[in-house]
Design a protein around this ligand. Structure first.
Ligand code: SAH
Ligand code: SF4
Ligand code: F3S
Length: 485
């Protein structure tokens, strides 16, 4: 047995309950305040947010409370994202700050997990250059947090772990989940990993192969969320509509949606991100016929030119994407679209980029998530020749947004005068008005009372400045008018 295997075995074979109790006892003595405090920061996508909720749930089991102030914390943990270089740079900056914090408070425990921790070159850099980071663990072993913390607390040596090969094949159910209080919406992970290997993307390397949770487990969690009063449940997966393919008794994503939609209650279902390759007429029909699924789709296009799409290994053409949009609109005339776009993929020419711009006019997305291509070590695209200078890519990026703003200016006046069903989420940033999301996932602001938060209301749109609607609430909460929608 190699040394690594022996250590792994020693850490992972410890009894979970014993470790939880032991960590709670040790931390009670070590804590600088009345109870141990953890500061957890999450970078990246909703998958990471959902993982952090499980990490916090376990920390709570071990007696931790939570703080928003890192200077008060006994444990600082960063759950990281590796999708683009700037995501990683941000985290390295934060880890750098830990040196000072640790010298001020030597008992501070410092930890990093998530997608960056799954990359060997990152782990090597942390080992060498950040000696004050105590605990580094990957995405597949968050359920071993009690064992990892116990081991660190008892032998004091830095720990670097991302589990064995088998760990990234399993799904751990029943971890405690600590959702942030006061939330109207909840995340529900239905599948893990990705099998696509788009040529630019690090996700399959850091999240492992596609695997789906059993529908029974999903439905159970879903029912709990509805009963707990969550009004918007977002089903999560890197490629959410590939759901079910790896189950012992395979079912489709649409089968799962129909099953969940039958759960009674006043709530809305969303999901992200579906891959165009796996978007089917069955999915659109299911959405159209459902009671609870919002008529909005986040459908990542990435690029509008067929040669670039092929080099990205996306498995669809611009024509096929447009056909999907048409099919979805035929089933749901009110459907809205958002998308992800990458600017400056290696080898992309200006003419090819203009075909992405052209897709904006053709589809009329409500909003965009746009990224300048960032090479990721280990991916196919990272070794492709990239001749376009960064400045030029920034210009293309601006051009893309100029076009999008023009489209929104053209399309949004049509919203004025319509009545939208809005889920009230809280106050806007300035705390001057309530804000919520329409079925089409657009932000909408209006004057109203606290008591509306967490309910569905009808809002008549009066203004549509770019990217946010304004309106007035009609009468009572919608549930009172209609007795459920
Ligand atoms: N699973 C989702 C996307 C996950 S990553 C899907 O397939 O659509 C979120 C977005 O980050 C991607 O849609 C893509 O637009 C962007 N992205 C991923 N890798 C990138 C890279 N190397 N450079 C720039 N953007 C990237
Ligand atoms: Fe990345 Fe492509 Fe998988 Fe999305 S489908 S996570 S872009 S490899
Ligand atoms: Fe980032 Fe990992 Fe999500 S790389 S985008 S946090 S799956």
């Amino acid at each position: 047995m190699s040394l690594k295997k022996q250590t792994e075995h020693a850490i992972f074979s410890q009894n979970r309950g014993d470790c939880i109790n032991a960590v709670a006892q040790i931390m009670e003595m070590r804590a600088t305040g009345a109870a141990p405090l953890a500061y957890v920061t999450t970078y990246g996508c909703q998958q990471n947010v959902a993982d952090s909720e499980k990490i916090k749930g376990q920390l709570e089991e071990m007696g931790f409370s939570f703080t928003q102030d890192p200077d008060l914390a006994d444990l600082i943990l960063y759950n990281t994202c590796a999708i683009r270089e700037n995501a990683e740079s941000k985290v390295f900056g934060k880890i750098g700050e830990l040196k000072h914090k640790k010298s001020k408070k030597p008992s501070l425990i410092t930890a990093m997990c998530g997608c960056m921790a799954e990359q060997d070159h990152v782990v090597e850099r942390v080992k060498k250059s950040y000696p004050y980071l105590d605990l580094v663990f990957g995405t597949h072993i968050i359920h071993y947090l009690p064992q990892l913390l116990f081991t660190f607390l008892t032998n004091g040596k830095r720990i670097f772990e991302n589990g064995s090969e088998d760990e990234d094949k399993q799904i751990i159910e029943d971890l405690p989940i600590k959702r942030d209080s006061g939330q109207v919406g909840a995340w529900l992970t239905i599948m893990y990993g990705c099998n696509h290997f788009c040529s630019y993307c690090i996700v399959p390397y850091v999240r492992g192969r596609e695997r789906s949770r059993e529908p029974e487990a999903i439905e159970q969690e879903f029912r709990q969320l509805v009963e707990a009063g969550y009004k918007e449940i977002t089903l999560l997966g890197q490629n959410v509509n590939a759901y079910g393919k790896t189950l012992k008794n395979p079912i489709t994503f649409s089968d799962l949606l129909r099953r969940l939609d039958r759960v009674e209650g006043d709530y809305r279902i969303r999901f992200m991100s579906p891959h165009p390759k796996d978007a089917t007429p069955e999915l659109f029909e299911t959405m159209a016929q459902s009671e609870h699924i919002a008529h909005s789709l986040h459908l990542p296009l990435q690029a509008g030119n067929n040669r670039v799409l092929k080099a990205m290994r996306r498995n669809y053409t611009r024509e096929q994407f447009l056909e999907l949009v048409e099919q979805a609109r035929a089933h749901m005339p009110d459907i809205t679209f958002t998308t992800d776009l990458i600017v400056g993929f290696p080898g992309e020419t200006y003419e090819e980029f203009l075909e992405t711009v052209d897709m904006l006019q053709k589809v009329k997305f409500n909003s965009l998530f746009t990224f300048i291509y960032s090479p990721r070590a280990g991916t196919k695209a990272a070794v492709m020749e990239d001749h376009v200078p960064a400045q030029e890519k920034s210009r293309w990026f601006q051009e893309l947004w100029k076009e999008q703003e023009a489209i929104v200016a053209q399309t949004s006046p049509a919203m004025v005068g319509t009545v939208q069903r809005v889920l009230v989420q809280g106050y806007n940033d300035k705390k001057t008005m309530l804000m919520g999301k329409t079925e089409g996932n657009m932000n909408c602001e209006f004057i109203g009372d606290d008591s509306l938060i967490g309910t569905f209301v009808h809002v008549k749109i009066t203004e549509s400045p770019n990217f946010a609607l304004k309106g007035t609430v009609l009468n009572e909460p919608i549930n009172d008018i209609t007795g459920g929608y």
